[in-house]
Design a protein. Structure first.
Length: 180
């Protein structure tokens, strides 16, 4: 019998000062049985950094043909592909052919090594690569509850997060900007 996903309900008071986006989000997140809390929360942060009409969570780990998130226009065309983790260069190439905008949010202890090994090839692609600091993501994952309210303020490539368990900053570093 297959394991079922764990469901999380997050109420997020989002203030993105850089993009002038202020919203109250009620997200229901399905954590795949093989997904860590760290990866799930990076998906949530990627959503917050890119929130816009049409942005949605995908099947992700359940379907290798889909990213963590994507955004379609009103006519159904794919506008944005967002991957989380350290995808193969071939996957980023494929995504660059499918969507005009591609973003990758890397986050774990091997993210710097992944970037160092693939920097030359990734820099030539139409993709933007970001990296979160592993220790900060681990701290964020340590605050997760099945139902929780959090406040996220984004400014200058940092997310300031307030939860019932405490407040902290999660910084986002840009490794590569899009080649086009």
């Amino acid at each position: 019998m297959a394991l079922k996903p764990t469901i999380y309900k997050l109420g997020i008071a989002l203030s993105d000062l850089d993009r002038e986006v202020f919203d109250s989000l009620n997200l229901t997140i399905a954590q795949h049985p093989s997904e860590t809390l760290e990866r799930m929360m990076v998906r949530v942060l990627a959503y917050c950094f890119n929130v816009a009409e049409g942005l949605q969570f995908c099947k992700g780990l359940s379907d290798t043909e889909e990213p963590a998130l994507w955004q379609h226009s009103l006519d159904g065309s794919l506008q944005l592909w967002i991957d989380v983790g350290e995808p193969a260069v071939e996957r980023v190439k494929k995504a660059s052919r499918l969507a005009p905008k591609v973003k990758v949010y890397s986050f774990n202890h091997k993210a710097s090594t992944w970037w160092d090994l693939n920097q030359h090839e990734l820099s030539r692609l139409s993709a933007v690569i970001y990296q979160f600091q592993w220790e900060q993501i681990k701290a964020l994952a340590g605050t997760v509850a099945r139902t929780m309210d959090i406040s996220i303020t984004i400014t200058d490539a940092s997310a300031y997060i307030a939860t019932e368990q405490g407040e902290f900053e999660v910084a986002l570093q840009t490794c590569s900007t899009s080649a086009d």
